[in-house]
Design a protein around this ligand. Structure first.
Ligand code: GDP
Length: 478
């Protein structure tokens, strides 16, 4: 388990630069994006009198799995993610591949978008594609420790060449130890050049076989469909070399790829099994939630009774809650066990969340915004008279713009008391004191809970600070 300096700083509500200085004093030289291990993090936390918990919620709720009998192992389909720079043709490539599927053609071509699909080639061989292109899905999964992808197809436009997200994708694929197949796209355009792309990618140790390397480069045009069948062939070749096997006979387990609330079916999640066979009626745990398989659908929208490893399947039957992409999925021996594991995980999850609350401050609001996509700044206003408090509330709410909403949770007259701090802590709000101060007890609690209290005597000063905060220009109050 490791964490970057910047992430740890956020968790501890400290400036990364302070943390780096502290680390240097402990003899550890790191940069803001450098990783530190859990031991160092623990020492650091002790220095700052915080507690770190490095135990993941799944470590404490392990569901025993069966061992594989070697004779039960069978070959499974490869799982492929398409990555690449924006506009280089990921979506078009996924579409072109989808239409190469012989089964959906027979079924009338009604493919459903459930987060992954399976393509059957004329030879009968199959490949599973995750159909959320780009690295967001990929990193979301990796963050949860799920390495679902066997092979990465890197789409590079033969015209535009290597771009920032191309490099990012290479880095991520390498971190996940997934082999890369390069699909040089837009080869229908006169300016497209395979040679140039090979040249550019050789810097990243992606060297074509003809130059003595081992990376497969496939020229394609997602627009015309040319080269798509050849791309699928080389994916199968790569998969064959990887000798992907699985045990279909044990209790099913895998990962959630996507989850949503379907107006007709309720909570539905797409699952990719890594082993085992899943049946209607099986009790399961997915992330922190549990259920019992009510119905299963394949990527063609057909109801199925059984699902196999690497076959995208949409399941329903959750008792409550929607799991997240990358959450582990596991069938349990009975429903009681599923319920028990889920409730234990929810409990641990709550503790974890309580520990990790990053209290918001006016100065770091914009910073959090870019990382957490929090688009709301919440305020609690306390003032000396109800009239001025109301006026302040109205002026502040007018500062809301298209990107950020300012919400005043409460605006009342009176001193800042413990209850105000408690509300601010639970709702991640900032307290504005207008002509009033916190009681000593409230101040103490605010220090403990890292709730920011800002005191003002003039309305225009409040407006000015909040405006600056929204623009990300406010410097922290000392
Ligand atoms: P994504 O952002 O990587 O998913 O890229 P898209 O699949 O949305 O494609 C971006 C643009 O490039 C679209 O306007 C496509 O029509 C175009 N495009 C994609 N593939 C090709 C191709 O093979 N040839 C040509 N000429 N245009 C393509």
């Amino acid at each position: 388990e490791s964490i970057t300096v910047s992430d740890l700083a956020k968790k501890m509500n400290l400036k990364a630069s302070d943390l780096i200085t502290k680390l240097m004093s402990l003899g550890v030289m790191v940069t803001i994006n450098g990783q530190i291990d859990s031991d160092t993090a623990t020492i650091l936390a002790e220095e700052y009198k915080c507690k770190v918990n490095v135990v993941s919620l799944y470590d404490e709720t392990v569901i025993e799995t069966e061992k594989d009998n070697p004779e039960d192992l069978v070959t499974r389909n490869p799982i492929v993610t398409i990555m690449g720079h924006v506009d280089h043709g990921k979506t078009k490539t996924l579409d072109a591949i989808r239409s190469a599927d012989v089964v959906s053609r027979e079924a009338g071509g009604i493919t459903q978008h459930i987060g992954a699909y399976q393509v059957t080639l004329p030879s009968g061989q199959q490949i599973t594609f995750l159909d959320t292109p780009g690295h967001e899905a990929f990193s979301a999964m990796r963050e949860r420790g799920a390495s679902v992808t066997d092979i990465v197809v890197l789409v590079v436009s033969g015209v535009e060449g290597v771009m920032p997200q191309t490099r990012e994708a290479i880095k991520q694929a390498k971190e996940a130890a997934a082999p890369i197949i390069v699909a040089v796209n837009k080869m229908d355009l006169p300016d497209a050049s395979m040679e140039r792309i090979q040249q550019q990618l050789s810097e990243f140790e992606l060297i074509p076989e003809s130059w003595g390397g081992s990376t497969i480069f496939a020229p394609i045009s997602a627009l015309t469909g040319s080269g798509i069948n050849e791309l699928l062939e080389v994916i199968l070749l790569q998969a064959e070399m990887m000798e992907l096997t699985t045990n279909p006979k044990c209790a099913a387990e895998g990962h959630v790829i996507e989850a949503r609330i379907d107006p007709g079916r309720g909570i539905a999640a797409t699952v990719l099994l890594s082993r085992g066979t899943l049946h209607v009626g099986d009790p399961f745990v997915a992330g922190i939630f549990y259920g019992k398989i009510r119905a299963m659908y394949n990527d063609k929208g057909q109801r199925i009774k059984e699902a196999y490893p690497a076959q995208p399947v949409e399941i329903t039957g959750f008792s409550e809650g929607t799991p997240k992409a990358g959450d582990p999925f596991q069938v349990t021996k009975d429903e009681a066990m599923a319920r028990q594991v889920a409730s234990k995980r929810q409990e641990l999850n709550k503790l974890e969340e309580a520990k990790n609350v990053k209290k918001i401050s006016l100065a770091n609001f914009m910073e959090n915004l870019s990382t957490k996509e929090q688009k709301e700044l919440r305020l609690i206003i306390k003032g000396d008279v109800q009239g001025s408090v109301e006026a302040l509330k109205q002026s502040l709410e007018k500062l809301s713009n298209n990107e950020i909403r300012l919400t005043v949770l409460s605006a009342t007259a009176g001193a800042i008391v413990e209850q105000d701090v408690k509300s601010a802590a639970t709702s991640d709000a900032i307290i504005i004191g207008f002509h009033v101060r916190p009681t000593p007890k409230a101040q103490l609690l605010a220090d403990q809970e890292k709730v920011e209290i800002r005191k003002y005597n003039l309305i225009y000063e409040v407006i000015e600070d909040i405006t600056l905060a929204i623009e990300g220009l406010l410097t922290p109050e000392l």
